[in-house]
Ligand binder design. Structure first.
Ligand SMILES: [Mg+2]
Ligand SMILES: [Zn+2]
Length: 325
């Protein structure tokens, strides 16, 4: 009786068994074959380390609130005031949720003959601190994944970001839907349709729980190789997401604004580091300092692994030099 052969043949044969590469060292047990196998493992280790290095370059997610964070005012109030509808707005405010009121105000402005172009013109004049756009561009250039999380609406935010030339810096805008309908009227709808279901958070407005959205972002980060969040905001609505941040994350509340007050009173509820900022210049300084510190800390860890592994690996993997007599 002949012993079964260990060599696999046919369609499922390994490249080695079909003679494409070196013979299987486990079958032949040659010293040289073993070293080739080990060399391959080492090459994979080098690639793995390089991949680790490249993901750390974009491993930071920066989440920006919009009103009084990216821009220096509240966009809803700005549009209403600039188009002369402040009195009606104040009259209706006690009667309905803010988000529904904004939809109603857009209808009223449409009835008064205000066009989409009138609203766009007002949005393009929105006050913004001169250091905010450079700060956003620098964070983007440093490889951060930038996102907006706002209780304004998509129409306002996209119009302003495009006008400032920074729309492409953001991978995601999480906000209330805002669009121009068939009658050329701006419609503003809730992010969560609170008429059909409640988001269940009792500290957030019915149309949007920013904490829930941060949780959704966090759930995708591990898959995308991203590790840390920096969150910037000013308002009451930014307190809920600040409670969801982890100990490696950073919260940047605007000093003397509502979220800063809430954080000062409830500091023990936050796991994240807190770094306050005052204005656009301060936002730029604090944000870029945090990003560069995070990147250099990651680089240091990678470099330590890289330094001790790569030198040994490189010597063994790279071809031997040829000596010409
Ligand atoms: Mg805000
Ligand atoms: Zn909430």
């Amino acid at each position: 009786m002949s012993l079964p052969t260990t060599e696999v043949v046919g369609r499922h044969a390994s490249p080695e068994s079909r003679g494409w590469c070196s013979p299987n060292p486990l079958i032949h047990g040659g010293h040289e074959s073993n070293s080739i196998l080990n060399s391959r493992k080492r090459i994979f280790l080098v690639i793995f380390i390089l991949q680790m290095y490249s993901t750390t370059m974009s491993g930071i997610v920066v989440i920006f609130d919009f009103d009084k964070t990216i821009i220096d005012i509240d966009s809803d109030n700005w549009v209403v005031d600039e188009l002369g509808a402040t009195d009606l707005f104040n009259q209706l405010l006690p009667t309905m949720p803010w988000n529904s009121l904004m939809d109603k105000m857009m209808e009223e402005l449409h009835l008064q003959g205000r066009s989409i172009e009138d609203i766009e013109d007002v949005l393009k004049r929105t006050p913004i601190h001169p250091r905010v756009v450079p700060a956003i561009k620098a964070a983007y250039a440093l490889g951060c994944d930038l996102r907006v999380l706002s209780d304004a609406n998509l129409f306002y935010i996209e119009t302003i970001l495009k006008h400032l030339g920074i729309r492409e810096c953001f991978s995601e805008i999480n906000t209330n839907p805002g669009f121009v309908d068939d009658e050329r009227k701006l419609r503003i709808l809730p992010y969560h349709d609170f008429h059909t279901f409640s988001h269940g958070c009792n500290i957030c407005p019915p149309n949007m729980c920013k904490g829930k959205i941060v949780e959704r972002i966090q759930a995708t980060l591990a898959k995308e190789g991203k590790k840390r969040i920096i969150y910037l905001g000013d308002g009451v609505g930014d307190f809920c997401p600040s409670l969801r941040l982890g100990e490696n994350d950073c919260m940047m509340p605007r000093k003397d604004f509502p979220v800063w007050d809430l954080i000062c009173k409830n500091r023990q509820l936050l796991k994240a580091d807190v770094h306050e900022w005052i204005d656009g210049e301060d936002l730029e300084r604090v944000l870029l300092q945090l990003i560069t510190t995070m990147i250099s800390m990651e680089d240091e860890i990678v470099n330590q692994v890289f330094d001790c592994k790569f030198e040994t690996i490189a010597h063994e993997v790279l071809p031997k030099p040829l000596y010409v007599p």
